[in-house]
Design a protein around this ligand. Structure first.
Ligand code: ADP
Ligand code: MG
Ligand code: ZN
Length: 604
Protein backbone atom coordinates (compact mmCIF):
# COMPACT_ATOMS: atom_id res chain seq x y z
CA UNK A 1 0.00 0.00 0.00
CA UNK A 2 3.06 2.24 0.01
CA UNK A 3 2.32 3.54 -3.41
CA UNK A 4 -1.21 4.41 -2.52
CA UNK A 5 0.05 6.89 -0.01
CA UNK A 6 2.61 8.37 -2.32
CA UNK A 7 2.10 12.13 -2.36
CA UNK A 8 3.88 12.44 -5.63
CA UNK A 9 1.37 10.40 -7.58
CA UNK A 10 -1.08 12.80 -9.13
CA UNK A 11 -4.26 12.44 -7.10
CA UNK A 12 -6.29 12.71 -10.24
CA UNK A 13 -5.47 9.08 -11.03
CA UNK A 14 -7.21 7.94 -7.91
CA UNK A 15 -10.21 10.04 -8.59
CA UNK A 16 -10.37 8.56 -12.05
CA UNK A 17 -10.20 5.01 -10.74
CA UNK A 18 -12.90 5.62 -8.19
CA UNK A 19 -15.08 7.22 -10.83
CA UNK A 20 -14.68 4.29 -13.18
CA UNK A 21 -15.59 1.81 -10.46
CA UNK A 22 -18.63 3.78 -9.44
CA UNK A 23 -19.69 3.99 -13.04
CA UNK A 24 -19.34 0.25 -13.55
CA UNK A 25 -21.33 -0.46 -10.44
CA UNK A 26 -24.08 1.83 -11.49
CA UNK A 27 -24.25 0.34 -14.95
CA UNK A 28 -24.44 -3.24 -13.73
CA UNK A 29 -26.33 -3.06 -10.51
CA UNK A 30 -28.81 -0.28 -10.90
CA UNK A 31 -30.51 -1.56 -14.07
CA UNK A 32 -30.98 -4.99 -12.51
CA UNK A 33 -32.96 -3.47 -9.73
CA UNK A 34 -34.84 -0.89 -11.73
CA UNK A 35 -35.75 -3.03 -14.73
CA UNK A 36 -37.59 -5.55 -12.64
CA UNK A 37 -40.07 -3.19 -11.18
CA UNK A 38 -41.62 -4.67 -8.10
CA UNK A 39 -45.35 -4.26 -7.80
CA UNK A 40 -46.77 -4.09 -4.31
CA UNK A 41 -50.06 -5.86 -3.79
CA UNK A 42 -52.11 -6.82 -0.77
CA UNK A 43 -52.22 -10.30 0.71
CA UNK A 44 -55.75 -10.90 -0.59
CA UNK A 45 -54.60 -10.38 -4.18
CA UNK A 46 -51.77 -12.83 -3.56
CA UNK A 47 -54.27 -15.48 -2.28
CA UNK A 48 -56.67 -15.01 -5.16
CA UNK A 49 -53.84 -15.05 -7.72
CA UNK A 50 -52.56 -18.24 -6.16
CA UNK A 51 -55.98 -19.85 -6.29
CA UNK A 52 -56.47 -18.73 -9.89
CA UNK A 53 -53.16 -20.37 -10.74
CA UNK A 54 -51.62 -17.09 -11.86
CA UNK A 55 -48.53 -17.38 -9.66
CA UNK A 56 -45.39 -18.85 -11.12
CA UNK A 57 -42.77 -18.63 -8.41
CA UNK A 58 -42.92 -17.49 -4.83
CA UNK A 59 -40.15 -16.56 -2.51
CA UNK A 60 -40.95 -16.39 1.17
CA UNK A 61 -38.59 -13.96 2.85
CA UNK A 62 -39.31 -14.54 6.48
CA UNK A 63 -36.51 -12.22 7.50
CA UNK A 64 -38.05 -9.25 5.80
CA UNK A 65 -41.54 -10.43 6.60
CA UNK A 66 -42.63 -10.43 2.97
CA UNK A 67 -43.33 -12.62 0.03
CA UNK A 68 -42.02 -11.98 -3.44
CA UNK A 69 -43.84 -13.72 -6.26
CA UNK A 70 -44.14 -13.61 -10.02
CA UNK A 71 -46.90 -14.23 -12.47
CA UNK A 72 -46.96 -17.41 -14.50
CA UNK A 73 -44.51 -16.28 -17.19
CA UNK A 74 -42.30 -14.62 -14.59
CA UNK A 75 -42.32 -11.15 -16.16
CA UNK A 76 -43.66 -9.14 -13.28
CA UNK A 77 -42.52 -9.35 -9.71
CA UNK A 78 -45.05 -8.75 -7.01
CA UNK A 79 -44.48 -8.09 -3.38
CA UNK A 80 -46.79 -8.49 -0.47
CA UNK A 81 -46.50 -8.22 3.25
CA UNK A 82 -46.55 -11.54 5.04
CA UNK A 83 -49.55 -12.41 7.15
CA UNK A 84 -49.54 -15.18 9.73
CA UNK A 85 -51.12 -17.76 7.46
CA UNK A 86 -50.65 -21.42 8.50
CA UNK A 87 -52.32 -22.65 5.28
CA UNK A 88 -49.90 -20.77 3.04
CA UNK A 89 -47.73 -23.74 2.19
CA UNK A 90 -50.71 -25.96 1.53
CA UNK A 91 -52.27 -23.32 -0.66
CA UNK A 92 -49.13 -22.80 -2.73
CA UNK A 93 -48.64 -26.51 -3.03
CA UNK A 94 -52.19 -26.94 -4.24
CA UNK A 95 -51.74 -24.21 -6.84
CA UNK A 96 -48.56 -25.86 -8.11
CA UNK A 97 -46.44 -22.82 -7.34
CA UNK A 98 -42.71 -23.27 -7.12
CA UNK A 99 -41.87 -21.80 -3.80
CA UNK A 100 -38.95 -21.57 -1.48
CA UNK A 101 -37.80 -19.78 1.57
CA UNK A 102 -34.61 -17.72 1.32
CA UNK A 103 -31.68 -17.70 3.63
CA UNK A 104 -31.40 -14.05 3.11
CA UNK A 105 -28.74 -13.44 5.62
CA UNK A 106 -26.12 -15.67 4.08
CA UNK A 107 -26.44 -14.54 0.51
CA UNK A 108 -26.63 -10.92 1.39
CA UNK A 109 -23.52 -11.20 3.53
CA UNK A 110 -21.65 -12.73 0.66
CA UNK A 111 -22.87 -10.05 -1.66
CA UNK A 112 -21.96 -7.41 0.82
CA UNK A 113 -18.44 -8.71 1.29
CA UNK A 114 -18.02 -8.94 -2.42
CA UNK A 115 -19.33 -5.46 -2.88
CA UNK A 116 -16.73 -4.15 -0.51
CA UNK A 117 -13.78 -6.27 -1.46
CA UNK A 118 -14.16 -6.30 -5.20
CA UNK A 119 -13.69 -2.56 -5.75
CA UNK A 120 -10.76 -2.59 -3.40
CA UNK A 121 -9.11 -5.39 -5.29
CA UNK A 122 -9.74 -3.66 -8.59
CA UNK A 123 -8.60 -0.40 -7.10
CA UNK A 124 -5.31 -1.78 -5.85
CA UNK A 125 -4.81 -3.80 -9.00
CA UNK A 126 -5.16 -0.79 -11.24
CA UNK A 127 -2.97 1.25 -8.93
CA UNK A 128 -0.25 -1.35 -9.05
CA UNK A 129 -0.51 -1.62 -12.81
CA UNK A 130 -0.26 2.08 -13.30
CA UNK A 131 2.63 2.47 -10.91
CA UNK A 132 4.50 -0.19 -12.84
CA UNK A 133 3.79 1.55 -16.09
CA UNK A 134 4.88 4.90 -14.73
CA UNK A 135 7.94 3.42 -13.16
CA UNK A 136 9.02 2.01 -16.48
CA UNK A 137 8.44 5.37 -18.07
CA UNK A 138 10.41 7.21 -15.39
CA UNK A 139 13.35 4.93 -15.91
CA UNK A 140 13.20 2.28 -13.24
CA UNK A 141 14.90 2.88 -9.96
CA UNK A 142 15.54 6.58 -10.53
CA UNK A 143 11.92 7.37 -10.26
CA UNK A 144 11.45 9.51 -7.20
CA UNK A 145 7.76 8.85 -7.02
CA UNK A 146 7.98 5.39 -5.64
CA UNK A 147 11.00 5.77 -3.51
CA UNK A 148 9.32 7.24 -0.51
CA UNK A 149 11.79 7.71 2.26
CA UNK A 150 14.73 7.33 -0.05
CA UNK A 151 17.09 10.23 0.05
CA UNK A 152 17.29 10.98 -3.72
CA UNK A 153 20.61 12.61 -3.01
CA UNK A 154 22.41 13.63 -6.13
CA UNK A 155 25.72 11.89 -6.27
CA UNK A 156 28.53 13.69 -8.01
CA UNK A 157 31.65 11.94 -9.01
CA UNK A 158 34.77 13.52 -10.31
CA UNK A 159 34.49 14.61 -13.88
CA UNK A 160 36.75 16.56 -16.17
CA UNK A 161 34.52 19.63 -16.15
CA UNK A 162 34.08 19.57 -12.40
CA UNK A 163 34.38 22.76 -10.44
CA UNK A 164 37.78 23.35 -8.90
CA UNK A 165 39.04 25.72 -6.25
CA UNK A 166 40.49 27.82 -9.03
CA UNK A 167 36.92 28.54 -10.17
CA UNK A 168 36.23 30.14 -6.83
CA UNK A 169 37.91 33.50 -6.65
CA UNK A 170 38.75 35.31 -3.46
CA UNK A 171 37.52 33.54 -0.32
CA UNK A 172 41.08 32.51 0.46
CA UNK A 173 40.41 31.69 4.09
CA UNK A 174 37.45 29.50 3.24
CA UNK A 175 39.49 27.69 0.61
CA UNK A 176 42.34 27.15 3.03
CA UNK A 177 39.96 25.66 5.54
CA UNK A 178 38.43 23.35 3.00
CA UNK A 179 41.75 22.38 1.49
CA UNK A 180 42.52 20.52 4.69
CA UNK A 181 39.39 18.49 4.25
CA UNK A 182 40.30 17.70 0.69
CA UNK A 183 43.70 16.49 1.91
CA UNK A 184 42.07 14.35 4.52
CA UNK A 185 39.77 12.73 2.02
CA UNK A 186 42.68 11.98 -0.27
CA UNK A 187 44.50 10.14 2.44
CA UNK A 188 42.63 9.58 5.70
CA UNK A 189 45.30 7.19 6.99
CA UNK A 190 47.82 10.01 7.35
CA UNK A 191 45.52 11.65 9.85
CA UNK A 192 44.55 8.41 11.52
CA UNK A 193 48.17 7.55 12.25
CA UNK A 194 48.68 10.65 14.29
CA UNK A 195 45.32 10.20 15.90
CA UNK A 196 43.89 13.44 14.62
CA UNK A 197 40.25 13.29 13.75
CA UNK A 198 38.68 15.51 11.17
CA UNK A 199 35.69 17.56 12.13
CA UNK A 200 32.57 15.64 11.19
CA UNK A 201 30.70 18.67 10.04
CA UNK A 202 31.72 21.91 8.37
CA UNK A 203 29.26 24.74 8.17
CA UNK A 204 29.66 27.35 5.44
CA UNK A 205 28.01 30.56 6.53
CA UNK A 206 27.66 33.83 4.68
CA UNK A 207 25.30 36.14 2.81
CA UNK A 208 23.48 34.89 -0.31
CA UNK A 209 25.47 34.71 -3.51
CA UNK A 210 28.92 34.61 -1.96
CA UNK A 211 29.75 31.19 -3.37
CA UNK A 212 28.88 28.72 -0.61
CA UNK A 213 27.32 26.20 -2.93
CA UNK A 214 30.12 26.80 -5.39
CA UNK A 215 32.75 26.09 -2.71
CA UNK A 216 31.07 22.84 -1.72
CA UNK A 217 31.08 21.72 -5.33
CA UNK A 218 34.71 22.69 -5.62
CA UNK A 219 35.54 20.51 -2.63
CA UNK A 220 33.86 17.64 -4.43
CA UNK A 221 35.74 18.40 -7.62
CA UNK A 222 39.08 18.54 -5.85
CA UNK A 223 38.79 15.61 -3.53
CA UNK A 224 37.90 12.90 -5.97
CA UNK A 225 35.43 11.11 -3.72
CA UNK A 226 31.67 10.60 -4.05
CA UNK A 227 29.73 13.72 -3.23
CA UNK A 228 26.15 13.46 -2.04
CA UNK A 229 24.32 16.72 -2.48
CA UNK A 230 20.93 17.54 -1.09
CA UNK A 231 19.08 20.69 -0.25
CA UNK A 232 17.62 21.04 3.23
CA UNK A 233 14.18 21.62 1.80
CA UNK A 234 14.25 18.26 0.06
CA UNK A 235 13.98 16.59 3.43
CA UNK A 236 10.79 18.37 4.22
CA UNK A 237 8.00 16.03 3.29
CA UNK A 238 4.27 15.97 3.48
CA UNK A 239 4.21 13.02 5.80
CA UNK A 240 5.68 12.96 9.24
CA UNK A 241 8.63 10.62 9.41
CA UNK A 242 9.53 10.76 5.74
CA UNK A 243 12.23 13.38 6.19
CA UNK A 244 13.76 11.36 8.99
CA UNK A 245 13.83 8.25 6.87
CA UNK A 246 15.46 10.21 4.06
CA UNK A 247 18.18 11.29 6.46
CA UNK A 248 18.69 7.67 7.51
CA UNK A 249 18.91 6.55 3.92
CA UNK A 250 21.34 9.32 2.99
CA UNK A 251 23.71 8.37 5.80
CA UNK A 252 23.43 4.67 5.09
CA UNK A 253 24.51 5.31 1.50
CA UNK A 254 27.27 7.65 2.65
CA UNK A 255 28.70 5.10 5.06
CA UNK A 256 28.75 2.50 2.33
CA UNK A 257 30.65 4.83 0.02
CA UNK A 258 33.06 6.31 2.57
CA UNK A 259 35.30 8.21 2.20
CA UNK A 260 32.82 10.68 0.80
CA UNK A 261 31.22 14.08 1.30
CA UNK A 262 27.63 14.74 2.20
CA UNK A 263 26.53 18.26 1.35
CA UNK A 264 23.33 19.71 2.76
CA UNK A 265 22.60 23.08 1.18
CA UNK A 266 20.37 25.62 2.91
CA UNK A 267 20.41 23.56 6.07
CA UNK A 268 18.28 26.09 7.93
CA UNK A 269 15.25 24.52 6.25
CA UNK A 270 15.59 21.59 8.62
CA UNK A 271 18.12 22.81 11.16
CA UNK A 272 16.13 25.65 12.67
CA UNK A 273 15.79 25.94 16.41
CA UNK A 274 13.34 23.53 17.99
CA UNK A 275 11.37 26.07 19.90
CA UNK A 276 8.63 23.76 21.08
CA UNK A 277 5.91 26.05 19.85
CA UNK A 278 2.42 24.57 19.92
CA UNK A 279 1.54 23.49 16.42
CA UNK A 280 5.20 23.61 15.49
CA UNK A 281 6.58 21.66 12.62
CA UNK A 282 6.72 18.10 13.87
CA UNK A 283 8.12 16.75 10.66
CA UNK A 284 10.99 19.22 10.62
CA UNK A 285 11.87 18.46 14.21
CA UNK A 286 11.90 14.75 13.61
CA UNK A 287 14.12 15.22 10.61
CA UNK A 288 16.49 17.35 12.64
CA UNK A 289 16.54 14.83 15.45
CA UNK A 290 17.38 12.10 13.00
CA UNK A 291 20.19 14.20 11.58
CA UNK A 292 21.60 14.78 15.05
CA UNK A 293 21.43 11.08 15.81
CA UNK A 294 23.09 10.15 12.55
CA UNK A 295 25.89 12.63 13.11
CA UNK A 296 26.57 11.09 16.50
CA UNK A 297 26.28 7.64 15.05
CA UNK A 298 29.59 7.43 13.24
CA UNK A 299 33.09 7.90 14.43
CA UNK A 300 35.20 10.87 13.44
CA UNK A 301 37.47 8.85 11.24
CA UNK A 302 35.08 6.88 9.07
CA UNK A 303 35.80 9.28 6.25
CA UNK A 304 32.35 10.81 5.93
CA UNK A 305 32.52 14.59 5.99
CA UNK A 306 29.36 16.57 6.21
CA UNK A 307 29.32 20.00 4.59
CA UNK A 308 26.39 22.30 5.08
CA UNK A 309 25.62 25.83 3.95
CA UNK A 310 23.36 28.48 5.33
CA UNK A 311 22.89 32.22 5.36
CA UNK A 312 21.11 32.19 8.70
CA UNK A 313 23.56 30.62 11.12
CA UNK A 314 21.91 32.25 14.11
CA UNK A 315 18.66 30.44 13.40
CA UNK A 316 20.27 27.01 13.63
CA UNK A 317 19.55 24.75 16.55
CA UNK A 318 22.38 24.94 19.08
CA UNK A 319 22.51 21.16 19.19
CA UNK A 320 23.54 21.18 15.56
CA UNK A 321 26.46 23.56 16.01
CA UNK A 322 27.93 22.09 19.17
CA UNK A 323 31.33 20.34 19.00
CA UNK A 324 31.07 16.87 17.57
CA UNK A 325 28.55 17.89 14.96
CA UNK A 326 29.06 20.99 12.86
CA UNK A 327 32.00 22.05 14.92
CA UNK A 328 33.82 23.92 12.23
CA UNK A 329 32.36 27.10 10.85
CA UNK A 330 33.79 28.56 7.66
CA UNK A 331 32.73 32.14 7.05
CA UNK A 332 32.15 33.00 3.41
CA UNK A 333 31.95 36.77 3.37
CA UNK A 334 31.17 39.33 0.69
CA UNK A 335 34.33 39.79 -1.39
CA UNK A 336 36.64 42.71 -0.78
CA UNK A 337 38.15 44.82 -3.52
CA UNK A 338 40.78 42.25 -4.43
CA UNK A 339 38.25 39.45 -4.22
CA UNK A 340 35.84 41.29 -6.46
CA UNK A 341 38.55 41.87 -9.04
CA UNK A 342 39.44 38.18 -9.03
CA UNK A 343 35.83 37.09 -9.30
CA UNK A 344 35.35 39.42 -12.26
CA UNK A 345 38.41 37.90 -13.92
CA UNK A 346 37.23 34.34 -13.30
CA UNK A 347 33.93 35.07 -14.97
CA UNK A 348 35.50 37.16 -17.71
CA UNK A 349 37.35 34.01 -18.79
CA UNK A 350 34.04 32.63 -19.96
CA UNK A 351 33.18 35.55 -22.25
CA UNK A 352 35.02 37.41 -24.97
CA UNK A 353 36.24 40.63 -23.51
CA UNK A 354 38.40 43.53 -24.72
CA UNK A 355 42.01 43.32 -23.62
CA UNK A 356 42.23 46.80 -22.13
CA UNK A 357 39.49 46.29 -19.59
CA UNK A 358 40.41 47.70 -16.20
CA UNK A 359 38.99 45.11 -13.80
CA UNK A 360 40.28 47.02 -10.82
CA UNK A 361 38.16 50.01 -11.72
CA UNK A 362 35.08 47.85 -12.24
CA UNK A 363 35.69 46.18 -8.90
CA UNK A 364 35.97 49.59 -7.24
CA UNK A 365 32.73 50.71 -8.79
CA UNK A 366 30.90 47.56 -7.74
CA UNK A 367 31.60 47.91 -4.06
CA UNK A 368 29.37 45.71 -1.95
CA UNK A 369 28.45 43.39 -4.80
CA UNK A 370 28.38 39.67 -4.08
CA UNK A 371 30.04 37.02 -6.23
CA UNK A 372 26.71 36.20 -7.83
CA UNK A 373 26.14 39.86 -8.69
CA UNK A 374 29.61 40.16 -10.18
CA UNK A 375 29.00 37.08 -12.32
CA UNK A 376 25.80 38.72 -13.42
CA UNK A 377 27.60 41.97 -14.26
CA UNK A 378 29.99 40.16 -16.59
CA UNK A 379 27.13 38.36 -18.26
CA UNK A 380 25.14 41.57 -18.68
CA UNK A 381 28.17 43.18 -20.28
CA UNK A 382 28.39 40.33 -22.79
CA UNK A 383 24.68 40.65 -23.53
CA UNK A 384 25.04 44.38 -24.07
CA UNK A 385 27.91 43.77 -26.48
CA UNK A 386 25.75 41.40 -28.50
CA UNK A 387 22.87 43.88 -28.54
CA UNK A 388 25.16 46.52 -29.95
CA UNK A 389 26.61 44.16 -32.52
CA UNK A 390 30.08 43.94 -31.09
CA UNK A 391 32.04 40.73 -30.88
CA UNK A 392 33.49 41.31 -27.44
CA UNK A 393 32.57 43.22 -24.33
CA UNK A 394 34.32 46.47 -23.50
CA UNK A 395 34.99 48.55 -20.44
CA UNK A 396 31.90 50.63 -21.19
CA UNK A 397 29.78 47.49 -21.33
CA UNK A 398 31.00 46.44 -17.93
CA UNK A 399 30.50 49.86 -16.40
CA UNK A 400 27.02 50.12 -17.77
CA UNK A 401 26.13 46.66 -16.56
CA UNK A 402 27.18 47.49 -13.01
CA UNK A 403 24.51 50.10 -13.03
CA UNK A 404 22.11 47.66 -14.66
CA UNK A 405 22.69 45.00 -12.03
CA UNK A 406 22.83 47.36 -9.10
CA UNK A 407 20.37 50.02 -10.09
CA UNK A 408 18.11 48.35 -12.65
CA UNK A 409 17.82 48.86 -16.38
CA UNK A 410 18.06 52.28 -17.93
CA UNK A 411 14.57 53.45 -18.69
CA UNK A 412 14.32 54.05 -22.41
CA UNK A 413 11.53 56.53 -22.49
CA UNK A 414 10.95 57.67 -18.99
CA UNK A 415 9.50 61.12 -19.03
CA UNK A 416 10.81 63.45 -16.44
CA UNK A 417 9.71 67.04 -16.61
CA UNK A 418 12.30 69.73 -16.94
CA UNK A 419 11.71 70.98 -13.47
CA UNK A 420 11.95 67.49 -12.01
CA UNK A 421 15.19 66.92 -13.81
CA UNK A 422 16.61 70.09 -12.36
CA UNK A 423 15.58 69.05 -8.86
CA UNK A 424 17.13 65.62 -9.26
CA UNK A 425 20.35 67.16 -10.55
CA UNK A 426 20.58 69.42 -7.52
CA UNK A 427 19.67 66.58 -5.20
CA UNK A 428 22.40 64.29 -6.46
CA UNK A 429 25.02 67.03 -6.60
CA UNK A 430 23.99 67.90 -3.06
CA UNK A 431 25.00 64.43 -1.89
CA UNK A 432 28.27 64.54 -3.80
CA UNK A 433 29.25 68.02 -2.79
CA UNK A 434 28.64 67.39 0.90
CA UNK A 435 30.66 64.20 0.59
CA UNK A 436 33.52 65.89 -1.21
CA UNK A 437 33.69 68.84 1.16
CA UNK A 438 34.06 66.64 4.20
CA UNK A 439 37.61 65.52 3.85
CA UNK A 440 37.06 62.02 5.14
CA UNK A 441 34.30 61.00 2.78
CA UNK A 442 34.97 59.00 -0.36
CA UNK A 443 34.78 61.01 -3.58
CA UNK A 444 32.15 60.17 -6.15
CA UNK A 445 32.90 57.98 -9.13
CA UNK A 446 29.98 58.94 -11.26
CA UNK A 447 26.57 60.51 -10.97
CA UNK A 448 23.82 60.00 -13.45
CA UNK A 449 20.28 61.31 -13.55
CA UNK A 450 18.99 58.84 -16.12
CA UNK A 451 15.97 57.21 -14.52
CA UNK A 452 16.21 53.50 -13.80
CA UNK A 453 13.50 50.89 -13.81
CA UNK A 454 14.15 50.38 -10.14
CA UNK A 455 12.52 53.75 -9.56
CA UNK A 456 15.64 55.62 -8.57
CA UNK A 457 15.74 58.90 -10.46
CA UNK A 458 19.38 59.55 -9.92
CA UNK A 459 22.27 57.44 -8.94
CA UNK A 460 25.45 58.31 -7.19
CA UNK A 461 28.25 55.82 -7.26
CA UNK A 462 30.72 56.28 -4.48
CA UNK A 463 34.14 54.74 -4.61
CA UNK A 464 35.77 53.25 -1.62
CA UNK A 465 39.50 53.73 -1.49
CA UNK A 466 40.79 50.34 -0.41
CA UNK A 467 39.09 48.44 2.33
CA UNK A 468 37.62 49.86 5.43
CA UNK A 469 37.33 47.68 8.46
CA UNK A 470 36.87 50.36 11.05
CA UNK A 471 35.05 53.61 10.78
CA UNK A 472 35.44 56.34 13.32
CA UNK A 473 32.73 58.52 14.70
CA UNK A 474 33.53 61.47 12.43
CA UNK A 475 33.39 59.31 9.33
CA UNK A 476 30.01 57.98 10.33
CA UNK A 477 28.72 61.46 11.05
CA UNK A 478 29.99 62.62 7.69
CA UNK A 479 28.18 59.75 6.07
CA UNK A 480 24.95 60.84 7.68
CA UNK A 481 25.59 64.39 6.49
CA UNK A 482 26.13 63.02 2.97
CA UNK A 483 22.80 61.18 3.13
CA UNK A 484 21.07 64.39 4.10
CA UNK A 485 22.93 66.35 1.39
CA UNK A 486 20.32 65.64 -1.30
CA UNK A 487 17.45 67.02 0.67
CA UNK A 488 19.60 69.90 1.91
CA UNK A 489 20.29 70.96 -1.68
CA UNK A 490 16.56 71.00 -2.45
CA UNK A 491 16.00 73.21 0.57
CA UNK A 492 18.85 75.59 -0.21
CA UNK A 493 17.98 76.00 -3.88
CA UNK A 494 14.22 75.60 -4.14
CA UNK A 495 13.12 76.36 -0.61
CA UNK A 496 10.80 73.34 -0.67
CA UNK A 497 11.25 69.61 -0.39
CA UNK A 498 10.24 66.54 -2.42
CA UNK A 499 9.58 62.86 -1.84
CA UNK A 500 12.89 61.98 -3.48
CA UNK A 501 14.74 61.71 -0.21
CA UNK A 502 12.88 58.80 1.38
CA UNK A 503 15.70 56.33 0.90
CA UNK A 504 18.27 58.82 2.15
CA UNK A 505 16.18 59.39 5.25
CA UNK A 506 15.98 55.67 5.91
CA UNK A 507 19.72 55.19 5.53
CA UNK A 508 20.60 58.18 7.65
CA UNK A 509 18.26 57.05 10.41
CA UNK A 510 19.61 53.52 10.37
CA UNK A 511 23.16 54.72 10.67
CA UNK A 512 22.39 57.24 13.39
CA UNK A 513 20.50 54.59 15.32
CA UNK A 514 23.33 52.11 15.05
CA UNK A 515 25.80 54.71 16.28
CA UNK A 516 23.73 55.29 19.37
CA UNK A 517 22.44 51.83 20.16
CA UNK A 518 25.24 49.58 18.98
CA UNK A 519 28.50 51.39 18.48
CA UNK A 520 28.46 53.21 21.80
CA UNK A 521 28.98 56.57 20.12
CA UNK A 522 26.63 58.57 22.23
CA UNK A 523 27.56 60.11 25.54
CA UNK A 524 24.16 59.22 26.96
CA UNK A 525 24.61 55.46 26.99
CA UNK A 526 28.33 54.91 27.25
CA UNK A 527 29.19 51.36 26.18
CA UNK A 528 25.81 49.79 26.70
CA UNK A 529 24.18 47.89 23.84
CA UNK A 530 20.61 48.95 23.34
CA UNK A 531 20.04 46.76 20.32
CA UNK A 532 21.24 43.40 19.13
CA UNK A 533 21.60 42.27 15.55
CA UNK A 534 19.40 39.26 15.00
CA UNK A 535 19.87 38.55 11.36
CA UNK A 536 23.44 39.23 10.50
CA UNK A 537 23.53 37.84 7.01
CA UNK A 538 20.08 38.75 5.81
CA UNK A 539 19.65 42.48 6.04
CA UNK A 540 20.82 42.79 9.63
CA UNK A 541 17.53 43.25 11.44
CA UNK A 542 17.87 44.46 14.97
CA UNK A 543 15.81 44.08 18.07
CA UNK A 544 15.66 46.55 20.91
CA UNK A 545 16.73 45.46 24.34
CA UNK A 546 15.94 48.33 26.66
CA UNK A 547 13.21 49.92 28.69
CA UNK A 548 10.53 52.14 27.11
CA UNK A 549 12.03 55.21 28.78
CA UNK A 550 15.38 54.49 27.18
CA UNK A 551 13.69 53.96 23.86
CA UNK A 552 12.22 57.42 24.08
CA UNK A 553 15.63 58.80 24.86
CA UNK A 554 17.19 56.87 21.95
CA UNK A 555 14.61 58.30 19.57
CA UNK A 556 15.41 61.79 20.79
CA UNK A 557 19.14 61.23 20.40
CA UNK A 558 18.71 59.86 16.88
CA UNK A 559 16.72 62.89 15.83
CA UNK A 560 19.29 65.16 17.40
CA UNK A 561 22.17 63.47 15.60
CA UNK A 562 20.51 63.50 12.18
CA UNK A 563 19.38 67.08 12.63
CA UNK A 564 22.90 68.15 13.52
CA UNK A 565 24.33 66.55 10.38
CA UNK A 566 21.52 67.89 8.24
CA UNK A 567 22.30 71.38 9.46
CA UNK A 568 25.93 70.79 8.64
CA UNK A 569 25.01 69.72 5.11
CA UNK A 570 22.88 72.83 4.62
CA UNK A 571 25.76 74.94 5.83
CA UNK A 572 28.25 73.32 3.45
CA UNK A 573 25.94 73.78 0.49
CA UNK A 574 25.11 77.38 1.33
CA UNK A 575 28.80 78.17 1.62
CA UNK A 576 29.45 76.54 -1.76
CA UNK A 577 26.34 77.76 -3.51
CA UNK A 578 28.23 78.79 -6.64
CA UNK A 579 29.85 75.40 -7.09
CA UNK A 580 26.55 73.75 -6.39
CA UNK A 581 24.87 75.69 -9.20
CA UNK A 582 27.72 75.05 -11.57
CA UNK A 583 27.87 71.33 -10.90
CA UNK A 584 24.10 70.87 -11.00
CA UNK A 585 24.00 72.81 -14.27
CA UNK A 586 26.58 70.48 -15.75
CA UNK A 587 24.73 67.36 -14.62
CA UNK A 588 21.44 68.76 -15.85
CA UNK A 589 22.93 69.36 -19.29
CA UNK A 590 24.89 66.15 -19.68
CA UNK A 591 22.85 63.85 -17.42
CA UNK A 592 26.09 62.22 -16.34
CA UNK A 593 29.10 63.52 -14.53
CA UNK A 594 32.22 61.53 -13.75
CA UNK A 595 34.41 61.84 -10.71
CA UNK A 596 37.12 63.65 -12.64
CA UNK A 597 34.72 66.15 -14.19
CA UNK A 598 33.26 66.73 -10.78
CA UNK A 599 36.61 67.40 -9.15
CA UNK A 600 37.70 69.59 -12.06
CA UNK A 601 34.71 71.87 -11.61
CA UNK A 602 35.00 71.82 -7.85
CA UNK A 603 38.66 72.73 -7.85
CA UNK A 604 38.52 74.99 -10.87
P1 ADP B 1 25.45 30.90 -2.31
O1 ADP B 1 26.49 31.42 -1.37
O2 ADP B 1 24.18 31.67 -2.18
O3 ADP B 1 25.29 29.43 -2.28
P2 ADP B 1 26.39 30.34 -4.93
O4 ADP B 1 27.52 29.47 -4.57
O5 ADP B 1 25.17 29.66 -5.41
O6 ADP B 1 26.02 31.30 -3.74
O7 ADP B 1 26.89 31.39 -6.00
C1 ADP B 1 26.12 31.77 -7.10
C2 ADP B 1 27.00 32.08 -8.28
O8 ADP B 1 27.77 33.25 -8.05
C3 ADP B 1 28.00 31.02 -8.57
O9 ADP B 1 27.46 30.04 -9.39
C4 ADP B 1 29.12 31.77 -9.25
O10 ADP B 1 28.87 31.92 -10.62
C5 ADP B 1 29.05 33.13 -8.61
N1 ADP B 1 30.03 33.26 -7.53
C6 ADP B 1 29.75 33.51 -6.23
N2 ADP B 1 30.88 33.59 -5.51
C7 ADP B 1 31.90 33.39 -6.35
C8 ADP B 1 33.33 33.36 -6.19
N3 ADP B 1 33.91 33.55 -5.01
N4 ADP B 1 34.07 33.11 -7.28
C9 ADP B 1 33.49 32.91 -8.46
N5 ADP B 1 32.17 32.92 -8.68
C10 ADP B 1 31.36 33.18 -7.66
MG1 MG C 1 23.61 28.33 -2.18
ZN1 ZN D 1 19.23 61.22 -2.32
Amino acid sequence: MKEVKSPKRPLIYYYLIVMVILLLFNMLAVPWITEHQIKEVDYGTFISMTENGEVGKAEIQEQDNRILFTDKDETTIYKTAMVNDPDLTARLYAADVKFYGVEIEQTSLLVQILAWVLPLVIFIGIGQLMSKKLMEKAGGTNSMMFNMGKSNAKVYVKSSDGIKFSDVAGEDEAKENLQEIVDYLHDPSKYREIGASMPKGVLLVGPPGTGKTLLAKAVAGESNVPFFSMSGSEFVEMFVGMGASKVRDLFRQAKEKAPCIVFIDEIDAIGGKRDGRVGGNDEREQTLNQLLTEMDGFEGNTGVIILAATNRPESLDPALTRPGRFDRRVPVELPDLKGREEILKVHARKVKIAEDVDFNKIARMASGASGAELANIVNEAALRAVRQGRRFATQADLEESIEVVIAGYQKKNAIMSDHEKRIVAYHEIGHALVAAKQTNSAPVQKITIVPRTSGALGYTMQVEEGNHYLMNKEELENKIATYTGGRAAEEVVFGSVTTGASNDIEQATKLARAMITRYGMSDAFDMVAMETVTNQYLGGDTSLACSPETQTLIDKKVVELVKQQHDKAVRILTENREKLDELAGFLYEKETITGEEFMAILEG
